[in-house]
Structures are given as C-alpha cells and as structure tokens.
Design a protein around this ligand. Structure first.
Ligand code: TLP
Length: 346
C-alpha cells in the first residue's frame, strides 16, 4: 500500500524503536524523567524559548496553549481554514469558554494584517476581550504553505502594538524551516508560544511540544494535567522524539521534492486541477474534474490499486508525502492516476 493520507502514518524507525526500549525513564508528573527533560530542553533550544513541555498530541498542545493564554470569555483571532478551528473539536470553546473569531485565510495561509487589526475589539461593555492571534505554519489547508519570517514579524509587531499574544500552530514547523531554508528560530521568535509535532514527517510515533517562556510553560503544565495529559514514564516516547529532532529534519527536503514531482505529474493529467506553483512543502491538494468518475469511485479505484489518499471535500483530495513514500512510488502513483483517468475511463 502507498499511503498518502497523512505524514502521521510514518512508522518509527528501527533506531527509534531501540532508543525507546532502552530509554532511562522516571515519573514525569514528578518531573523526574531524564529523557523527557532532555527532549524538552532540546525543543526549547531549537525554538529559542525558555522552556518546553511534551504533550501527547498537537491538538492537546494547541488547546493547552490557548487555555494558558486566555481566560473564559476572551476572544481568539484565527483563520477560517486553520486546523485549530476546523479539526480540533471546538476544544477552546467546549473546554475553555474561549471565543474563536475566524477571519478568511489568504490562499497562502496568511491572515490579512489590516483585517486582523480591524478585528481587534475596542474596550466596550458589549465585547469580549481580544487576547490572542493563532497562526499556522506550514498551513495545512492552504496547500501546506510556509509563512515567511517577514510575515510573522509584521504580525508580531501588530500584536505587540495592541497587547495581544501570538500562538503558532507549528505542527509542521520544521517543514516550513526546511522549505524556506532558515532556522526554526527565525519563525518562532515572532510567536509567544509554539506547538510543533514530532509525529508527522519527523516520524516519531507520538508527541508534540509546546514552547514558550517559563511562566507560560508553568501554566501549560497545569493545564496539561487538567485535561489528563500528565504522563508517567513518557521518556520512552521522548527517546524517539530526540531522534526525530536530531536526525529527521534534513530529510524533510526529500518529501518536498517528492511533492513537487507528484504535483508536476498530476498537473499534466486531464481531469485533474492542480496549481503546482502552490506546492511548497509536502502537501498537495487537487480537484477531480472527470466526466465519468466521481470522488468516491476515484478513491475506490485507487485503493484497488493499493494507493490511499484523502478526500477532504467532495471531489477535492489531499496527498501528503512522507518518509515511507519513495520517488519510485511517486512515479507509480502518477502513472496509476493517469491510467485510471485517461486510459480506462476515456
Ligand atoms: N493534522 C492531521 C489530521 O488532523 C487531519 C493531518 O493529517 O494533517 N495542527 C495541524 C496544522 C495539523 O495538521 C494537525 C494534525 C494538528 C495540529 C493536530 O495534531 P494531532 O493529530 O497530533 O492532534
């Protein structure tokens, strides 16, 4: 099976499995797990923050970040295509009483600065208090676009002017840094808090990190406990995370090259609509526009040929490149799609 549904499907490497088995561990609720502490220190260093906290998932990392920045009734500005808004079960409002105010994302995942500024609430008895801006880098549902450090800096200046905080959903932060050929810190310096995932292209089995200043991470630690994310011998997971951070970042370039190659091939197939200039990291979106095949049939035909992708809207598909998809497999995927759409169902 060539599984392009997500980079979350990556299996831990043999080295990770060995490191997990042999990890020195302790009880992390007592803050006594040496391997976990090492991972948190490395994450803080890479993002240029004072402190970091290991969490089981990106969703929990984003949730506790919002809870640690906001009080009940506060308002958060975020994109209408952001993962936090679309795919995190409304956690900020359900569990935190925090009010999400969505603004339309530009195609490249940015939020228009004038619109953000206009949307900040004035002090008025009728209004909630605008507290936080959430950005996403890379932006999953905007073609996996990386947000530039210049854009992040302009948003940071705006936030500072109005006394707001910025949280960065950096589930694929390392993809952004690799695509832009910069250090991660050049992006994270413009955010007060950042969450990044180890369990996507970096191939660790479980885990994400939340990074920020010491006080923020103290609050986040307590909020993590509140939502049941305090873990015990989590160093077994951190051992894989250390390898992810130390050895798996550079290879993300391969995924980006493979995504570019797949996009180029798909763009030339009749019945596929895809703007290959938009593909900058490991995520591709395309539309199916074929007289004889609808989205569900297309998925079934692909699965019969051992290929899986995601249908995100009727007739709209996402393919994500990752460590377990080789260049040859990219060719196979392109040829198979070509043969389904062109040869068999003319
Ligand atoms: N995204 C997953 C699924 O939710 C769809 C994926 O396959 O892309 N932020 C962003 C930008 C994400 O893409 C994801 C996961 C998360 C947060 C949440 O991470 P997890 O899955 O660890 O809770």
């Amino acid at each position: 099976m060539i599984d392009l549904r997500s980079d979350t499907l990556t299996q831990p490497t043999p080295t990770m499995r060995q490191a997990m088995a042999n990890a020195k561990v302790g009880d992390d609720v007592f803050e006594e797990d040496p391997t976990l502490k090492k991972l948190e220190a490395l994450a803080a260093k890479k993002t240029g923050k004072e402190s970091a906290l290991f969490v089981p998932s990106g969703t929990m990392g984003n949730l506790i970040s919002v809870l640690s920045h906001c009080q009940r009734g506060d308002e958060v500005l975020l994109g209408d295509r952001s993962h936090i808004f679309l795919h995190e079960v409304g956690g900020m409002s359900a569990l935190g009483g925090v009010h999400p105010r969505t603004l339309p994302n530009n195609e490249d995942g940015t939020l228009p600065l004038p619109l953000v500024e206009q949307s900040i609430r004035k002090l008025d008895i009728h209004y909630p208090l605008t507290r936080l801006i959430c950005l996403e880098n890379t932006h999953n549902h905007c073609q996996g676009s990386p947000l530039s450090p210049e854009y992040m800096a302009s948003m940071a200046a705006l936030a500072e002017k109005h006394g707001l905080k910025i949280h960065l959903d950096g589930a694929r932060l390392f993809n952004a840094a690799v695509a832009l050929d910069i250090e991660v810190e050049a992006l994270t310096r413009h955010a007060d808090s950042v969450m990044f995932c180890l369990s996507k292209g970096l191939s660790a089995p479980v885990g994400s990190l939340v990074c920020g200043d010491r006080n923020f991470i103290q609050r986040a630690r307590k909020n993590r406990k509140m939502v049941g994310g305090g873990m015990r011998q989590a160093g077994h997971l951190a051992a894989a995370g250390l390898i992810a951070l130390e050895n798996m970042v550079e290879r993300l370039k391969d995924d980006h090259l493979h995504a570019g190659l797949l996009a180029e091939k798909l763009a030339s197939i009749d019945g596929i609509e895809l703007d290959q200039t938009q593909v900058k990291t490991n995520i591709i979106f395309f539309k199916l526009n074929h007289p004889k095949i609808d989205g569900d049939t297309f998925l079934t035909l692909l699965e019969e040929r051992s290929i899986k992708i995601l249908m995100v809207d009727p007739g709209v598909f996402r393919a994500v490149l990752h460590r377990e998809v080789s260049r040859e497999q990219v060719q196979t995927v392109a040829q198979t799609i070509h043969s389904i759409l062109i040869e068999q169902y003319k």
